[in-house]
Write a protein that binds this ligand. Structure first.
Ligand SMILES: [Zn+2]
Length: 454
C-alpha cells in the first residue's frame, strides 16, 4: 500500500520546491519524491510541507517539574540548586509515571512539529536503588510512551558511575542513576527487540563528571557500531573549572584527546568553548546539541554560534528540561541570544543562505537527524515519511511566498502554525490536535496529582 501527499511547496534540502508529490509505503518510508508534479483531482494536498524536526535532547520526566523551580532561594540560585529539586522528582517517580509524563511531553512536541526525540534517559533503578526485574524497565516505559503517541525515538541509556571528576563516589540521592559499562550494555541488549523503524537505541555517557574516559572508551568499543553516542559536555563554568583542576584540560579538549569523536557523537550543552575547542568540535563532524530555552532557564551561558558556524560545525536543538516544548522557541532564542550578546542582528546565516530562519531550520533538521541515528529529517527516498504541514490560513502565513514562510514561523508571534503532522506516514496531528491528546492529558493529570505533593 502506498500513500501520497501533494505539496504546493515542500522544503527539500533547505529550499522550497513547488509542486512536489511525496509517496510513502506501508512501512512509513518515502518511496518517491516527485518534483514538478501536477495536482490531481481528489488527492490529499497541502500548501507548505516541511520534514519533521528532531528534538535531540530530552529528559522526559523533567516535564513534570517545569515551572516548579522559579522562586528565588535565600542565597544565589544556580543550576546546582535546580538540580536538588530535580533529584527529588527523580527519586520519587515510578516507571508508570515516567510513561505518563513522557506521553504528555511527546504529544506536545508532536503538535509543535517535532517528530523524533533523543531521550537521554538516566533513571534506571527503583527508588531504593536496585534494578527492576527487567533491567531495561524504565527505558521500555519511555519507548512505550513514544510508540503510543507516534513519536520516533532514539533511546539513550545513560552511563552514570560517579558524582564528579576523580571517580568521586555517587551520592545517595543519585542511587537510581547508578550504572556501569556492563549494565548499560545489558540494557542495550534487552532493548534490542524494541528496535524498529521508529525506535533506535544508542548510549549516553552522562558527562565527563559521571563517566571516566576509560569507561567511555570501553563502552564505545564494545557496543554495536553505528549507534548514536550523546554526552553532556560543558554546560556550566563550575564543570569546566572542575575538569581543569582534575585533568589540566577543558571538557571538550579532554573528550577530543581521549575519544575518537566522530559523526555518531552529539555534544550536548557545548556552552563553554575555547577557540581551539570550537575548531576541534567542528572538524570532528559531531553535532552540537543546543537547548536554548533550558540553557536560558538554568543560566548556563551562550554557545559560540558565530565562530562555530564559520568553522562549518553541525548543530541541532533540543528541549532538554522542557520549560518549552516549542521548536520555534528553541530556534528563535538560538538567534536572539546571539543578537543580545553581540548587539547585532541576523547573526546565524551563511553566504549561500542569508535568511536566518531558513538557515537555522535546515541546520537543525540535518543536525538533529544525524544525532538521532535514524533516517529522518529530509524528503528523500528510504527516509521516514515524517511531515509537518503548516496552517496556510493562519494570518502570519496566508498568501505568503514560500521563501518567507520560515521567517514568519520563527520570528512572528507565538501562535501555533503547525496544522497537521505525519510520522512514518501516519497522521498523528490533524488541525492542531493529536488523536489521543485528551486521554494522554488525563493520565498526566492523574500522575501530577501524586507528584505535586513532593
Ligand atoms: Zn540534559
Amino acid at each position: 500500500m502506498t500513500s501520497s501527499l501533494f505539496a504546493r511547496h515542500a522544503l527539500i534540502d533547505g529550499v522550497w520546491q513547488n509542486n512536489v508529490r511525496l509517496h510513502w509505503n506501508a512501512e512509513g518510508d518515502f518511496t518517491q519524491i516527485q518534483l514538478q508534479a501536477q495536482p490531481e483531482a481528489n488527492e490529499a494536498s497541502a500548501t507548505y510541507v516541511m520534514p519533521g524536526m528532531t528534538n535531540l535532547h530530552s529528559h522526559a520526566f523533567q516535564r513534570a517539574m517545569a515551572g516548579a523551580t522559579e522562586i528565588a532561594g535565600e542565597g544565589p540560585d544556580s543550576f546546582w540548586t535546580w538540580r536538588d529539586l530535580m533529584y527529588r522528582y527523580a527519586l520519587a517517580i515510578s516507571p508508570e509515571q515516567m510513561a505518563a509524563i513522557a506521553a504528555q511531553l511527546y504529544v506536545e512536541c508532536l503538535r509543535h512539529g517535532y517528530t523524533s526525540v533523543c531521550e537521554f534517559h538516566y533513571v534506571h533503578r527503583a527508588p531504593e536503588g536496585v534494578f527492576y526485574s527487567d533491567i531495561a524497565e524504565t527505558s521500555r516505559q519511555v519507548i512505550a510512551a513514544a510508540n503510543r503517541t507516534g513519536m520516533g525515538i532514539s533511546m539513550l541509556p545513560v552511563l552514570y558511575s560517579y558524582a564528579d571528576f576523580n571517580a568521586t563516589p555517587l551520592r545517595d540521592d543519585q542511587r537510581r542513576f547508578n550504572t556501569d559499562v556492563e549494565q548499560i550494555l545489558s540494557i542495550m541488549a534487552a532493548l534490542e527487540n524494541e528496535r524498529t523503524a521508529q525506535v533506535e537505541v544508542g548510549v549516553a555517557p552522562h558527562s565527563l563528571r559521571a563517566a571516566s574516559p576509560e569507561q567511555i572508551r570501553e563502552l564505545v568499543a564494545t557496543m554495536p557500531t553505528q549507534r548514536p553516542i550523546h554526552i553532556h559536555i560543558a554546560e556550566q563554568m563550575r564543570e569546566v573549572n572542575a575538569c581543569l583542576a582534575a585533568t589540566g584540560q577543558r571538557p571538550v579538549e579532554l573528550l577530543m584527546n581521549t575519544q575518537q569523536v566522530d559523526a555518531r557523537w552529539c555534544l550536548v550543552h557545548a556552552t563553554h568553548l575555547s577557540t581551539q575547542e570550537v575548531q576541534q568540535m567542528a572538524a570532528s563532524q559531531s553535532v552540537a546539541g543546543i537547548c536554548t530555552s533550558t540553557e536560558g532557564n538554568l543560566g548556563d551561558g551562550f554557545f559560540e554560534l558565530p565562530a562555530y558556524i564559520a568553522a562549518g560545525g553541525r548543530f541541532g536543538v533540543g528541549t532538554d528540561s522542557h520549560v518549552s516544548q516549542s521548536v520555534v522557541e528553541e530556534v528563535r532564542w538560538l538567534e536572539y541570544g546571539q543578537r543580545l550578546r553581540g548587539q547585532a542582528r541576523n547573526v546565524a546565516s551563511r553566504p549561500g543562505q542569508r535568511r536566518v530562519a531558513d538557515y537555522l531550520w535546515q541546520q537543525c533538521l540535518r543536525g538533529g537527524a544525524q544525532a538521532s541515528g535514524r533516517r529522518v529529517g529530509q524528503f528523500a527516498v528510504n527516509y521516514r515519511a515524517d511531515m509537518v504541514v503548516l496552517d496556510d490560513q493562519h494570518p502570519n502565513l496566508c498568501d505568503l511566498p514560500a521563501e518567507q514562510v520560515l521567517s514568519n514561523v520563527v520570528f512572528a508571534g507565538n501562535e501555533q502554525t503547525v496544522r497537521d503532522v505525519y510520522v512514518g506516514g501516519k497522521q498523528v496531528v490533524a488541525q492542531g490536535r493529536h488523536h489521543d491528546q485528551e486521554k494522554v492529558a488525563a493520565d498526566y493529570r492523574h500522575c501530577m496529582q501524586q507528584l505535586r505533593q513532593l
